[in-house]
Design a binder for this molecule. Structure first.
Ligand code: CA
Length: 226
């Protein structure tokens, strides 16, 4: 899942981005409100973490413009002070949730997970596809009761597939949601990662959950191929 982090304070941005990447999210950083709106217009983010106090356009303005333009992207707003007015303004401007600085990183992760789950039928932190179980909290993956060790990137890729079960995902879409803006679309990295992941998930199992749709992409599904 790909996140846009909008934070003008370099050390805070760096620390948050690093922490989020360690949790398998693809993260881009925008340093002011106008840059944020531009990035959101170009890339298909799954979530925006938006600081309120920003140069050029503040977080409230950014959020209002997004909602006015019809965007329903989940927004987690970071308010600088524990001021009730800020929270109300944040929610009024169309933010889905807010967190007051300073906050616990674990709390931020919990809010992020909750917002990414929004709208999904399964309101659980577990994603289940046949006998494959993905715990989005601990990032643990099991198939038929056995633990599967994945790298951070492999996990990020698997979670994206599992959140889009039965849907064929093309490489452009995968790149957009699992990698950040530095991804080279002409590389074969996606193919390499998908092959590695499907070996770890499917080898030794009769039911192959990953399938290739020639010319279209890949799909994670428990339906048999026709
Ligand atoms: Ca700020």
């Amino acid at each position: 899942m790909r996140i846009l982090l909008v934070e003008d304070e370099p050390s805070a941005a760096k620390m948050l981005a690093k922490g989020l990447r360690e949790q398998s999210y693809a993260v881009d950083v925008a340093e002011d409100g106008e840059a944020a709106l531009y990035q959101i217009s170009v890339y298909d983010y799954d979530l925006v973490i938006l600081d309120v106090m920003l140069p050029r356009k503040d977080g409230f303005e950014v959020c209002q413009e997004l909602r006015a333009a019809g965007s329903s992207i989940p927004v987690l707003m970071l308010t600088a002070r524990d001021v009730v007015d800020d929270r109300i303004a944040g929610l009024d401007s169309g933010a889905d949730d807010y967190l007051t600085k300073p906050f616990d990183f674990g709390e931020l992760l919990a809010r992020v997970r909750a917002l990414l789950r929004r709208g999904e039928a399964l309101r659980s932190e577990m994603l289940v596809v046949a006998d494959l179980e993905i715990d989005t909290r601990s990032k643990r993956v099991r198939r038929a009761g056995h633990n599967i060790q994945l790298t951070v990137k492999e996990y990020g890729l698997l979670e994206y597939f599992a959140r889009n079960v039965d849907r064929v995902l093309g490489r452009a879409e995968i790149a957009e949601h699992v990698w950040d803006e530095n991804f080279d679309i002409f590389s074969n990295l996606i193919e390499v990662y998908v092959q590695r992941l499907r070996r770890k998930i499917d080898d030794g199992h009769e039911l192959k959950l990953f399938q290739t749709r020639r010319g279209e992409g890949y799909v994670l599904t428990c339906e048999n191929e026709d």
